[in-house]
Design a protein around this ligand. Structure first.
Ligand code: GDP
Length: 347
């Protein structure tokens, strides 16, 4: 069938509309899990990569962001910087989650517009959808109901960032796009047991329990919530595809399209680690959202598919975790217990 004019203008099509070749591309937050994966992925593109450490530029300070961006002149800005964490971190550090994430969005989006950045990618998350959203969640359901209380501070900041992109597109014609990734995992995840997300926490807990010969491992909540997980290497493939193939007002969900219960995840992770003890559910810890499955029709129409199945992804994440342990940690349990995953994985 011959495409009509209208079909040619649909934003979710698989044609390249923006080339990275020769562009100066700034990955903000290049030391985090998403940022470091983006840097690895962008090495395959013929672009000039820009990065800056938080010692040089604190992204929460407008003056520092502005002077660095004016001097560095990025053509493309990918905002992977964020203050992130698991369910407990969100609950216990609400001020940091709202302040840091608002400030990062405000400072970078505004300066990017002032210096004429050609393309800006902002990252939201599946946790900014309403708590009781119809599943799978389509992008038009954003702001359609109350948020999940445990992560409302983070969600409000990310929703504000998303709206900034829309506002700057509307008023200044700036090419801001936004992606909404599902729950992520992979290399350089935060393995701190209090601050991290469920996959990193479970891999570490199970590994330590195996070494110590513990008979049980604590799993937070009831095990009944369902989550959709995506390996970060799949995410960054999608992000590069989005930057090069999409321009528009509407955010785009990025997920695997498959969900598992936390209990199923804990069983899979036990198999990956080789832990044979009991899983003990601590129902005094929160469950959070009952489900957060994304509708990935838009991203699929842009010609992207995830490639890493959950079991393989968990094996990879576990291998990366073990590789980053200090020498002798496998035999020296005391050293292992002093190891702070968070210190190694800070954004
Ligand atoms: P969420 O998707 O924002 O809720 O983020 P998390 O990855 O922190 O938690 C996902 C689910 O895993 C929640 O239902 C948690 O209660 C559950 N969970 C079970 N054990 C753990 C754990 O050790 N750490 C974390 N972070 N979550 C856990």
């Amino acid at each position: 069938m011959i495409a009509t004019m209208d079909e040619d203008r649909r934003p979710f099509r698989g044609n390249e509309i923006f080339s990275l070749t020769g562009k100066r591309v700034w990955v903000a937050g290049h030391r985090g899990m998403v940022g470091s994966a983006l840097v690895r992925r962008l090495r395959e593109e013929a672009c000039d990569l820009l990065t800056v450490t938080r010692q040089t530029v604190d992204l929460r300070r407008q003056a520092e962001v502005e002077s660095w961006m004016r001097a560095s002149r990025p053509d493309v800005v990918l905002i992977a910087a964020a203050t992130v964490g698991g369910i407990h971190a969100n609950r216990s550090r609400p001020a940091e989650f709202i302040y840091d994430n608002l400030a990062i969005a405000l400072n970078i989006v505004h300066t990017a517009c002032e210096i004429g950045v050609k393309k800006l990618l902002f990252l939201g998350s599946s946790c900014i959808y309403p708590k009781y959203c119809a599943q799978p969640m389509t992008e038009d359901r954003l702001l359609s109901g109350p948020l999940e209380p445990t992560n409302q501070w983070y969600a409000i900041a990310k929703l504000a960032g998303l709206m900034m992109g829309k506002a700057y597109r509307a008023q200044h014609g700036m090419d801001c796009i936004a992606a909404l990734p599902t729950n992520l995992y992979g290399p350089y995840d935060n393995f701190d047991l209090q601050q991290g997300h469920v996959i990193a926490a479970l891999l570490r807990k199970l590994h330590e329990a195996k070494l110590k010969g513990d008979g049980a491992v604590e799993i937070w909540g009831t095990g009944r919530p369902k989550r959709e997980f995506l390996h970060v290497d799949d995410l960054v493939d999608a992000l590069v595809r989005l930057v090069t193939h999409y321009s528009g007002d509407e955010p785009v969900n990025i997920g695997s399209g498959q969900e598992v219960s936390i209990a199923e995840l804990a069983d899979l992770a036990s198999r990956v680690v080789g832990y044979r003890g009991r899983l003990a559910y601590n129902t005094s810890m929160p469950d959070g959202s009952p489900r957060k499955l994304l509708d990935v029709t838009r991203m699929t129409e842009l010609g992207w598919q995830p490639r890493i199945p959950l079991f393989e992804g968990l094996q990879h994440a576990y291998a990366c975790y073990r590789k980053r342990l200090p020498p002798n940690a496998e035999t020296d349990i005391a050293a292992e217990l002093h190891w702070r995953g968070a210190d190694l994985s800070e954004a």
